[in-house]
Structures are given as structure tokens and as C-alpha cells.
Design a protein around this ligand. Sequence first.
Ligand code: HEM
Length: 512
Amino acid sequence: MENYINREKVNETIQILLHTISHLSTAEIVGYTAGALAARYIIATFVLDKLSDIPGPFAAKLTRFYDVKMKASGKRYVLIDELHKKYGKIVRTGYDTVSIHDAEAVKQIYGGEKFRKAPYYRVFLFNNTSNLIETSDPVQHARYRRIFSPGFSQATLDSLEVLIMESGIIALMNKLNEKYADKPVICNIFNEFHLMAFDILGELAYGKSFNMIQRESHPFPTWIKTRSTMMPLCTTFPEINHYPKLLSIFFPKSNGATMDIIKFSEKSLGARLADKANNRRDFTQLMVEAMKADKEGNYLTASESQVASVVLLVAGTDTTSNTMTFVAFLLSKHPHVQERLFQELEEAMPDRNATINYKDAKKEKIPYLWAVLMEVTRIYPAVPGGLPRVTPKGGAVIAGQFIPEGTVVEVPTWSLHHDPALFADPFEFRPERWLGDDAEELSKNHLVFSVGPRMCAGKNLAMMEMTLAMAHFYRRFAVTLADPNETMPLMQQFIMKPKSLQLNVYLRSRDH
Ligand code: HEM
């Protein structure tokens, strides 16, 4: 390279440039700079545009703000679906982003390591510290997965079942019995499931329950809510997430909430480190061990551990509690389904107040409960949007279309779940569809936990928690909507939830 550079010529050019600039007025400098930036933008957008043959709204081609607007609407999954209906199975959603509505593309994009997680995920950086959900580096991801996989295994979860039952499910059932059942008192069941999910994850990822079912309050959910206001902008312009100082200027409240979360995590982990007698195999224990591990082995830094607690909590609370809210909504709207479920549960648990083990509540034993969960998560997948990935070096042909390297691609989960070619009458709530001979075939396009190496690590925990909670809840109570005309409008950030943060119901005790 050295040989090709004529240093004298370069110096001479710089001198001429500096000389010219020194003779320009401020207004001229501003004008020329703006002109140069505009020219660069026009050339990049219209001349060098590598995605020019992919259809989509004109505004999406011009700026990433088109996507910010979709995200800020809280309805991005619906808007993306409408774009597919208008433009076809491959749609441009931004100047470097493409949505692909094609079931075959799922395996190609998510099934292996080739398509890495997009910079979008940097919004999950806490304090600029990498973690299981955020990292796009397969080596770092493998280290995190190795450390945490014992905590996600069914064997570990079985050993923690009593804890999950007592701190979460039974505690909630007792509260519902006392406070709401058979009384003309409205129960915001969304909130109650939320409190339960927090208490369970508190036990597993913070070493002890937050005791929210009883206390009904804790600053954690507010911190998370405050932090999430930065999502639309910070997922679309992800570079900003590497600069905590910039974040503190642009999003002072979000940043403050992040710092509060980190401080809380630091304190909780410190308490567990000091509690030498406690060695149950939960996530906190895995972190404590990883912090003491050899640098060459499965180690975690203190900062990685604090962030891991947060990430497990964020990933494992709203997802499960919102899904349980969706179950309550759909079962209230379809009383015959609720009745059929009750009959199966009554058979499995003849005594209303008895408890049942997970192994006796599973698909093989109570198939209708499983079918209800499958159908609810098909209609309302807690993570409804496409999961953004980057096309590898050399680009890739996806669904018959060449997509250049470095493009962000995603397959929209909600759209596939409502595609009549994949699910007959997709907008109909019909758990029975999961009891037929083609259930296994159908489940190939059921993507609520995603697929491949980056699929949900907490699937076992989620299924166990939701199955046990639903079994005990619908065995004990009949649920009706406080407002029979309730439509439950939804709001999507990364996770989807009821927009009002409420689902108001009445609970009636099953009397035998
Ligand atoms: C109904 C409940 C849940 C749903 C629908 C769900 C869905 C998902 C989805 C779709 C992903 C892939 C994200 C992506 O690629 O961008 C994911 C990842 C993840 N989930 Fe879940 N999740 C649920 C519950 C849980 C629970 C209870 C935990 C545990 C605390 C958990 C922990 C994680 C983690 C750690 C990842 C990242 C995995 C990795 O990249 O290796 N999730 N989840």
C-alpha cells in the first residue's frame, strides 16, 4: 500500500484544502458540508442501493425512520403483515432491512450459525455488557449457553418444581381464593400473572422471591417499563447502545432505570455469594460458580453475572405472564373450551384443592391443556415479530431471491402463524387442531420459541410454569370477562402485551 501513496501529493492536496477552507465563510462551510452529505445520501440511496429490486414502500427505502415509526406504533407485526399482503412474500422494510414471509426460510435463517443476530440486539446490552440474548458471537454465545444450560435442563427444573409451585403458583392460587373468588370484585388477572412470574424468576435468577404476589409492588417492573421507552430508536440505530454516556443524554430516565436494575442485581448476587449454605441448583448458583471459575473455563465476570440475572428476568417474566393472560382472554371468549379443559382437569385432579406434578400435567396426561397452550401461543405469540438476522458474506438466496450480504432479514412469526396455507382458518381459536394426526406436521410452523441454536433457552421452564399454573388455575376457578365486549387491544415492543396492561375478570370457585 505504501508504494502507491505519494505522500508529497497527499500533503499538497491537504494544504490546498485547508487553504481553500480558511477562505470560506461559516455559512459557506455549512452549505458545502450539507451539500456533500446530501450527495452522499442520494448516491447511497439511489445509485449504490443493493436492495433496489425488492418491493416495499418508498419511504422504507429512504430512511430507517420508517421502521422507527412502525415500532413506535406498537403494531409493527400487523403493519408488516399488511406490507406482505400488498407487496408479496419479500418486502423491504428499511434501507437495509427485509422481511420474508416464507416458512421454508425459517430453517435457512434460524436453523444454524450462518445468519448472525443483527445489531438490533444491542438494545439488550446492559451497561455495555454482553449477555446470552444480545451476543452475536458464536463463541461467546456457546460459553453463556454452557454455563446456563444446566439451569434450563428438565432435570434441574424438576428439582426446583416444589419451589416454583410454592413461591409462585400456590401463593397466587391462595391469594386469588381469598381476595377475588366469588366476590363482585374485579381481578386484573394480567397483573396477578405478572406478579407470579416475577416471584418465580426472583427465586431462580435472584436467589429469592421478590414476594410481589403478597406485596403487590416492587420497583423492578417500573424500571423495565421505563427502560423500554428507548426500544424503537435504539433497536433501529443500534450503534448508540455502545455508548452509555450518549444514552444518558438522550434517554436519561431509561438510563437511570438501567443503572437501578444493575445496582439491584449487584446487591442480590452479593447476598447469594455471602449465603454459603444455599447451594440449590438455580441460575443464581450457576452464576456464583461461574464467577469463581477458571478464566479458561466457563467463567462469568461479576458484571456479566449481574446482567445475566436481568436478562433472565426480562426474558422469562412478561413472556410467560402475557401468554397466561392471552389464555384467560381466549378461554373467557370461548366458554365451551374452558369447560372442556375443566372436565379434563377435574378428572386428573378430583380434589379441587389438591396439587398435581408436572409429569402428570404434561401433554401425554392432559392433552387438551397442551393443545390450548399451543393454540393460544399460535394466535398470540408473545414475541410476534420477526427475529432480525444478518445475511452472511457473499449474500444468500432466500425464498428464490438473492439478498446481498449484510442485509438484515427476518421472518415474521405472527404472519406465519396466521397464514391460511399453514393453518386452516387461522383466526379461529380451535385447540382441537392440535389433537389431530397432523399435529406434528403443524408444530413445524409453530414458532413461538423460535428454532435453532438461538431458540428460547427457557422453553422447558416456560412450558412447566405455564402448564402448572394453568392446570391449577382452571381446576379451581371459572373465569369470565368483567366486560363481555372486551377486545383486549395489544401492544408490541419486543414482547406483545395488552395495551391497557389489564385484563379484568371475575373468578368463580369451582365448587367441588
Ligand atoms: C411463553 C414464554 C416464552 C416465549 C414465547 C419465549 C420466546 C423466545 C424467543 C422467540 C426467543 C428467540 C429470540 C431471538 O432469537 O431473538 C427466546 C430466546 C430466549 N429466551 Fe425465551 N421465551 C419464553 C420464556 C422464557 C423463559 C421463562 C426464559 C427463562 C428465564 C427465557 C429465556 C430466554 C433466553 C435466555 C433466550 C436467548 C437464547 C439464546 O440466544 O441462546 N424465555 N425466547
